[in-house]
Design a protein around this ligand. Structure first.
Ligand code: UTP
Length: 295
């Protein structure tokens, strides 16, 4: 089997984070000391992927600059003998073979994924949303790739979400029968951002997908849906409803996920990741306890 490529859509407007995202993409917001998108690239690399296409939009040059080397900075750190910082600076440019393509207008996630067609070619591929972080101690993408290799299906990551938040997600109807030995279920239908009362389950689609090449054909004919955008969920619904195809499988994720596109979740992500770090945790934990006690 050919090595899988990954696609990271990062061309959205990030309106929930305005004005911070007026001139800077939300995927570049720092989570402790790395931009969100670097965690996502590192996740793809640890799942064995070394070819990554980032879909960029307006104001997204910061993303490509981040993954380029910065010779003057490297020379300076080398002269100072600052090995630690030098390593951290060069890491982002040495991670993988990273390519960029523009999405002229943000016409939706489905439209962004379609921009990857030429680069991906005729293989299955992974999609990782650039503002959705999965803790590096959890191995979601590896499980999803394995589920795709076993079934040939489009694989989505599902997570249980409270009724009050379900309207923010694509939501899956599942038939409850495990399709194999892993924690994966058959997805019978998908609905984009339903009201809580219309949601077919509490299983929300989160930002990881492993998709067959056939999805591009479906996306080509997918009409704008919710919010006037071309929705990936609508194309996946077509695959789920096709009785002759391998359908859609959901891998239920019970690990740690941080949605950095949402302001409150972004703050929680920074705190959670920082307290676990050896360089910051020992200082931060007692301070946080005191702070919380005073609330
Ligand atoms: P979101 O709906 O979270 O992104 O899209 P958004 O529109 O940028 O955010 P808000 O709601 O206005 O704050 C999920 C992912 O899909 C990408 C986004 O960059 C994000 O990673 N996306 C979305 C695109 O690449 N292109 C689009 O046209 C839409």
């Amino acid at each position: 089997m050919k090595k899988m490529k990954a696609v990271i859509p990062a061309a959205g407007l990030g309106t929930r984070f305005l004005p911070a995202t007026k001139a800077m993409p939300k995927e570049m917001l720092p989570v402790v000391d790395k931009p969100a998108i670097q965690y996502v690239v590192e996740e793809a690399v640890s799942a064995g992927i070394d070819d990554i296409l980032v879909i960029i939009g307006r104001n997204k040059n910061a993303i490509s600059d981040h993954f380029d080397s910065v010779p003057e900075l490297e020379v300076r750190l080398r002269q100072k003998g600052d090995k630690g910082r030098l390593e951290r600076v060069t890491k982002s440019s040495d991670l993988a073979d990273i390519h960029f393509v523009r999405q002229g207008e943000p016409k939706g996630l489905g439209h962004a994924v379609l921009r990857a067609r030429t680069h991906v070619g005729d293989s299955s591929f992974a999609v990782l949303l650039g503002d959705d972080l999965i803790d590096e101690r959890d191995s979601l993408l590896i499980e999803m790739i394995a589920a795709h290799e076993r079934t040939g299906a489009a694989v989505v990551a599902l997570m249980e979400v409270d009724a009050e938040h379900i309207h923010m997600y694509g939501v899956a109807a599942v038939d409850g029968v495990h399709v194999d030995d892993g924690d994966s279920v058959k997805v019978t239908a998908l609905v984009e951002k339903p009201n809580a009362e219309d949601a077919p389950s509490n299983l929300a689609v989160i930002g990881r997908y492993v998709l067959p090449q056939h999805i591009f054909e479906v996306l080509e004919r997918t009409q704008p849906g919710k919010g006037g955008e071309i929705q990936l969920t609508d194309a996946l619904q077509e695959l789920a409803a096709d009785p002759d195809g391998p359908g859609v499988v959901g891998v239920v994720f019970r690990g740690r996920r941080y949605d950095t596109g949402d302001r409150a979740d972004y703050i929680k992500a920074i705190v959670q990741l920082a307290v676990d770090r050896d360089d910051l945790g020992p200082d931060l934990r007692p301070w946080l306890k005191d702070f919380a006690a005073g609330l």
